[in-house]
Every structure is written in C-alpha cells, then in structure tokens.
Design a binder for this molecule. Structure first.
Ligand code: GLN
Length: 447
C-alpha cells in the first residue's frame, strides 16, 4: 500500500484519482496482514485495487466524474465492492472516468482528463481511463472499470494492459451507476490474464439484486491454463484494408496473424456485412437508454441542486443544465429524440432489430470460428484535445469494441507491443457468450 501511495503522489500530474482512500487503505492493510499471518485471509488478500468512480462503495463519495454527483455519498455498496472486500482486497481510491462513462478518451470528466503514462500529452482512452492508467503507472495492482461499448478494453489497449469485458449477465450491476443498462458490464484492468481470471471468479455469479444475472457456474481461476490446441480464428479484413486504421495497428495485426498461422492455427479473413451499422446501432440504443437512466438526476432526489432554482420547473432545468457536462447533455437530447413518439419506430425500434441481426450474424461466425480477432482500437492513444471538437470522430473509435457489447459477448484486449513512438497497441479477442474460460486460456498465447 505504501509503495502504491508513493507512486500515486509521484504521478499526481496524470490525474488518475478523483479520491485516494489513503488512511483507510493503510488501516485495512494492517488488518489483512494480521489475517494473512493467521491463515484466515481471503483469495484477494492484499490485492490493492482502484475502482472506477461510478461504482458505489458505502460511506464513500461516488461522482461518475460529474458535477451533478460531485458531493454525493453512497449509502450502500455495490455487489462488486462487497465481493472484493469479502476476499480481502484493499480499495485504494476512486478512479477518474468520463462523465457517466460516456466517452472514449476520458476527456469528458468534470475533474479533467487523465493522461497516458506512456506519453503525458496523450489521452488515456476511456471511459475507464483512470482505471487503466492506475494499472499502467503502477498505482495499484489491478483496477475495476465498466464497459458499455468498449470502456474497459479501449483504455486497456491505449495503456498496454489487459482489459476484460465479461459476458453481459456475468457480473452484478447492482450499485453501478447506470449508463446504458442493456450494455453495461463490469470488467477488469490487470497486468496479467491470471489476475483477470481471478477477479472474474470473485466478481461473477448470481446476485439477488440483479435480475439479469446468469445462474451459470462461474469460471474458476484454477482452471486457467495456456491453451495449446489449434484454433479457428476469424479476423476482420476491413481492419487491414480500411484507410481509417493506423499503419502500425495494421502491421501488428498482420504480425499476429502470421505468427498464429505459423503455430498451426487456422486464421481466415471475414468481412462483417453489418460493419457500417455497428456504431450507429450502438449509439442509438446507448443514448436512448442513457436518456432514460439519467432522468433520475432531477435536483430533487439526490445530487446537485441549482442555488438559483425557485420552483419545481426551474429546479429541474437549472440543476440539470448546470450539473451535466456537454457530452452528457448531447446524449440525453439525442436519446430523448430517438425515443420520442413519431421517431421511435424509425430509430429506436429499428436499432433494436439491427441489434438482433448483428447478434445472429456474429453467432453464425462463431459457429465456424472459435474467436474473432481485431485491433481493439483503430489507432494508438491520440493527443489530448484533438478529437474533442467532433464527437462523431470519437464515436467511430468504437468500431471494433461495440460488436461484443451489442451481442453481450465476452471480449478481451491484450497488449500487443508498442509502436515506434513507444505507444501501446492492443488486440481484441471476442468469443461466444459465457465462454470466458476459453477466452482466457487462449489469451495466454498473446502474453
Ligand atoms: N465510447 C463509448 C461511449 O462513449 C463506450 C463507453 C463505455 O463503454 N462506457 O459510449
């Protein structure tokens, strides 16, 4: 704990934490130390973990990096936090993120952007940017994030760490501040696949507070073993042909394809016929769900209330106008639009149908192949500030990650070396729902 706290102070300029639980972490380290000596400590004994600031922890602030919740204290703990603590993990602080997890660069935070430790002029990725840099910069052993359309995997790729988004329904969403409920899933950012497997084992499994959870048996970290069997792998041929994909990213994918083939795996190009619909479908649905989820921040129930409010209507209007940031407002407006009478069928209902089509097509591919391999992101970490002006440019950044989210399937981002500027690159593996064990076992190949 002391070592990590020192590192947090030394690298404060990266803006990773919204709050560090310094005294508390030191105190629990002492208690857990005693339990380790007695042999009664849990499976995560002493593992120092950062949690994304949209995960509720009783008696602690939880802000979703928004002004509207900046002073809000949680009155209960999320299931995820309960499970971490029950196994003697030490929670070191609340990691910065995009406001309500909306973003891909961590530049939408009320508390300012997180900087990449590989190059401080570049973004961390997002929305779990603080969680990713916390692991990258050695400020904790592992971090917990949330992934709605790529928010664990994409910052993991930008920071050279492992980012796992489990199957939708694996990990309880109870106590996670909602963004888009049919996509939101808790994930881990770690240095190794073994740590991802351990955290998955601890965090997953039925929870009476989340009705969308699967009753399937959870995976076991003890079953993690490097899979040496010959696999059938599909890769997206557009990832190599599209002008929007960076040359180093293409070269890295090519290197791995050749290596996999040389090792006896079958690797074939596929063209996903609905590729152009992935990002629009995701954003229509995610914005619709977010506009509904964020209706609860009304200046009355909890969170920020404008001091200038004089009646009910001005309480709503002013609290929300002053409390939400620009990107969040944009999504509420667009989400409300696609749900409105007259446009619902053209946008929301249509997007639901396309989502099903994407799921069916992806399942078809996964009948023939064990995994789909893509880059995690089309480029390495970009410079701070350059993409802020055009949100659509950042939305397109999610092209490779949203497929797993639309399908509810598990996907992992694995570090795949650095480019010539020393910027980390990541590759993503996607597989069938609830096949995390196979995903993790094969992931070891890339490590
Ligand atoms: N970049 C995507 C978005 O802004 C994904 C974010 C996330 O997974 N939370 O919606």
């Amino acid at each position: 704990v002391k070592g990590y706290l020192q590192q947090i102070k030394a690298k404060a300029h990266l803006n990773v934490f919204n709050e560090v639980f310094e005294d508390e972490a030191k105190a629990s380290a002492k208690e857990i130390d005693a339990r380790i000596s007695k042999g009664t400590a849990g499976k995560l004994a002493g593992m120092v973990i950062a949690i994304k600031d949209n995960i509720c922890y009783k008696g602690h602030k939880v802000s979703a990096s928004s002004k509207i919740l900046a002073d809000f204290t949680s009155i209960y703990s999320s299931t995820v936090v309960e499970r971490l603590l029950a196994e003697d993990a030490i929670i070191i602080g609340r990691a910065n993120c995009d406001e309500f997890a909306m973003g891909a660069a961590n530049e939408n935070s009320f508390f300012g952007p997180v900087k990449n430790d590989a190059d401080n002029t570049r973004v961390s990725g997002g929305s779990s940017g603080g969680s990713a840099v916390a692991v990258q910069a050695g400020m904790c052993h592992a971090a917990i994030g949330t992934d709605t359309g790529g928010s664990v995997r994409q910052p993991a790729a930008f920071c050279g760490v492992v980012g796992l988004k489990p199957t939708y329904g694996r990990i309880s969403r109870y106590g996670i501040i909602s963004y888009a409920s049919s996509f939101d899933q808790v994930g881990s950012l770690t240095r190794s696949v073994a740590d991802a497997a351990l955290l998955l084992e601890i965090l997953s499994g039925a929870d009476e507070y989340d009705g969308t959870l699967s009753q399937r048996p959870v995976t076991s970290a003890a079953d993690l073993k490097k899979d040496t069997g010959k696999k059938k792998i599909a890769y997206l041929q557009e990832a190599l042909s599209s002008p929007g994909v960076d040359a180093d990213v293409k070269a890295t994918l090519t290197t791995y394809i050749e290596k996999l083939r040389a090792d006896g795996h079958t690797v074939k190009p596929i063209s996903f016929e609905h590729l152009d619909y992935l990002v629009p479908t995701y954003y229509i649905l995610a914005m619709a769900e977010s506009s509904s989820n964020l209706a609860r921040y009304d200046g009355v129930h909890y969170g920020y209330r404008s001091p200038n409010a004089t009646d009910l209507e001005s309480t709503y209007k002013l609290s929300r106008s002053e409390g939400f940031g620009k990107e969040v407002k944009r999504r509420i407006m667009l989400g409300t639009f696609v749900l409105s009478a007259g446009y619902y069928d053209a946008y929301y209902a249509k997007a639901q149908k396309v989502r099903r089509l994407i799921q069916d097509k992806t399942n078809e591919i996964l009948k023939e192949f064990d995994f789909i391999l893509t880059p995690t992101a089309p480029e390495p970490a970009f410079a701070l500030g350059v993409k802020e002006k055009d949100p659509v440019v950042t939305y397109l950044y999610d092209i490779f990650t949203v497929q797993a989210s639309l399908c509810g399937m598990p996907a992992i981002s694995l570090p795949a070396g650095n480019n010539s500027k020393g910027l980390p690159l990541g590759l993503q593996l996607l597989t069938k729902s609830f096949d995390e064990q196979a995903l993790l076992n094969f992931s070891e190949y890339f490590m």
